[in-house]
Design a protein. Structure first.
Length: 215
């Protein structure tokens, strides 16, 4: 009896999961047909059959059928509860798996974003460094050009001063030569004048002497 009840119950459970498919109460539930595969025949509410039939075409009493039906319903509810529990556990497991996948995907996306950010930062640092180096080279080149210009200006000014000093030196030398020449001329003129004066005095003395000697 228990085997027949279990057979009927399991077939009914399968039919319940399939959506009441396969006959009245599910293709095997309550006997695999209309209350047992026939008009109350072929078994009573689950395929159970007594070894001796009665006038209704099924074995056993109606109370026995009700008891077996109640037992089957309890078993069915228990199976349904376990099935729901199994589905709940599977659902929660799928949710946890999905959450893990989502977390992994989010972590990978964040890591990828972080790598991209770090890559952009390194590229920006390289560009900034190159720009800084270029600016420093430009500043150094400009300073070098300014130094060369200052040196050239200083050299030009130094050459100009040297030329001015040389010109002034030549002018002083020429002036000194002219002064010496004029001084020598003046001295010579003074000498000539004294000589002429002496000659005149000598002539005057000679003339007076002759006048005294020849009155």
């Amino acid at each position: 009896m228990t085997a027949a009840l279990m057979a009927g119950g399991l077939s009914a459970c399968v039919a319940y999961d399939d959506g009441y498919d396969g006959g009245s109460y599910g293709g095997g539930g309550y006997g695999g047909g209309s209350y047992g595969g026939g008009n109350y025949g072929g078994g009573s509410y689950g395929g159970y059959r007594q070894p001796y039939p009665n006038d209704y075409g099924y074995g056993g009493s109606y109370n026995d059928d009700a008891a077996r039906r109640a037992a089957w319903e309890r078993q069915h509810r228990e199976q349904e509860r376990r099935e729901q529990e199994r589905r709940r556990i599977e659902y929660e497991q799928r949710q946890r798996d999905q959450q893990i996948k989502d977390r992994d995907r989010d972590r990978e996306r964040q890591e990828q974003q972080q790598r991209e950010i770090e890559l952009r930062q390194r590229e920006q640092q390289m560009r900034d460094r190159e720009l800084h180096d270029q600016k420093m080279r430009e500043i150094e080149l400009r300073q070098q050009l300014e130094r060369q210009q200052r040196e050239q200006q200083q050299q030009a000014e130094r050459r100009q001063r040297e030329m001015e000093q040389m010109r002034q030196s030549r002018e002083r030398e020429a002036q000194q030569r002219e002064e010496r020449r004029l001084r020598e001329i003046r001295i010579q003129q003074e000498r000539d004048a004294r000589a002429q004066e002496q000659e005149r005095r000598r002539e005057d003395q000679e003339r007076r002497r002759q006048e005294r000697n020849n009155p």
